[in-house]
Design a binder for this molecule. Sequence first.
Ligand code: BES
Ligand code: MN
Ligand code: ZN
Length: 511
Amino acid sequence: MTALTLSTSSAATLRADAVVIGVAKGAKGPVVAPGAEAVDSAFDGKLAGVLETLGASGAEGEVTKLPAPAGFKAPVVVAVGLGDAPTREDGADGRYDAETLRRAAGAAARALTGAKKGAFALPLADAEDAAAVAEGALLGAYAFTTHRSNGDDRKKANGAPLAEVALLGAKPRDKAFKAAAERATTLAAEVNRARDLINTAPNVLDPKAFAAEAQAAAKEHGLKVEVLDEKALKKGGYGGILGVGQGSEAPPRLVKIAYTHPKAAKTLALVGKGITYDSGGISLKPAGHNETMKCDMSGAAAVFSAVVAAARLGLEVNVTGWLALAENMPSGSATRPGDVLTMYSGKTVEVLNTDAEGRLVLADALTRASEERPDAIVDVATLTGAMVLALGNRTFGIMANDDAFRAAIHEIAEEVGEQAWPMPLPAELRKGMDSPVADIANMGERMGGGLVAGLFLKEFIGEGITWAHLDIAGPAFNESGPFGYTPKGGTGSAVRTLVRLAERTAAGDLG
Ligand code: BES
Ligand code: MN
Ligand code: ZN
């Protein structure tokens, strides 16, 4: 991964391939953001005019490259757009908000693909801003090359992500700056771990291979891990996970990966949907709807990464991850529409549509997680196309059995720069899942399909346990071009929200 260094050197004297500065949209054209004073004075204070001549407006995400002024060690200046300049009238106190800094740093890092070292001279009011710039740069400097052969140009240095990010104006010996840099490095590494897993081809990352990744990470970071294979799942009566996985040559797994802290007062359970490939099963998806379905394990990837992040950050909270791993395939042994499954909870489910498989694997994992009586459960899943229709490609839906918990998660998502929105669980949608033969069907009304799925999950939460469900079907996988610090493909959606939730739980801020 990209290395991060802190530096108090001037932008002029630091040896780098480029100096990154901010340019904002002012009332009368572009304005140079704080942090770029050394660059601006080398341009005799006329940098804003030069940028305007080059066509820069300061719009968010805009990147303008220009030769560095004489006397600079770095040959190039990269000016990245920050959007509207904050004014005191905004109450913004002239400060750029964290997400603006993250996105700008990410766009700049992407513009420096192939470079060795970027010196980031963006506005840093304090260590919190440094954390945002570091996070954005490290997340923007991401490339997935696992499947490229060594002869491929994109695997060579000139196509590789920016190798080093130097944060100017961040005191390397200051405790707050050091802590911010360490947290950003860990967080970015774990978001990037989730992205790598999501992007890995489904013939390579099957349930068994995913479980092996969890075992390897657990060993490295001192976590406890337990893997239930198909035999153990049968013995335990995990009818939901087995029913979804039985059509595949690659059998299912349930992975428990647990981080504990000796002084923890609370335990958080995280449950992830881990369909390593969703063909739809016998209710096969039409062509055009299945070529991105390797992303259907994004929830499990987020949960896995968040547990490892909690461990690496040494948070004073217990975090248990449950990865419900299966491949949803059609075959002579696959579950049929019309089959009835007996779930781990004992409840029976009539499978009306084998493409509504996520709720089946999650149900078993939620029941199992509930047995340990955690203080709260959060599940994360690419669960429904309906949620994408409702909220679009960049926002995940939050449902919960507790209004305060749903609001807290929404606030946390906002704080870390993940777009999310609260969704209801209307009781009247439950009757659409009434089955003439079983306790419940795995499908209900088409209208409000994302909420119907949430209501299904709710039935598998242990009595009295606070629970939230994040439907990340929209933001988990970016099918269009990269933007800000978000690459094409797997995004690592929900990792940062889960980690902040663990931090807030450790701090005793919740419940
Ligand atoms: N994995 C899909 C949901 C999905 C859609 C994820 C788009 C990412 C992008 C899920 O398993 C699914 O197929 N859901 C069905 C449920 C329906 C059959 C009740 C859906 O949303 O169409
Ligand atoms: Mn499906
Ligand atoms: Zn699915």
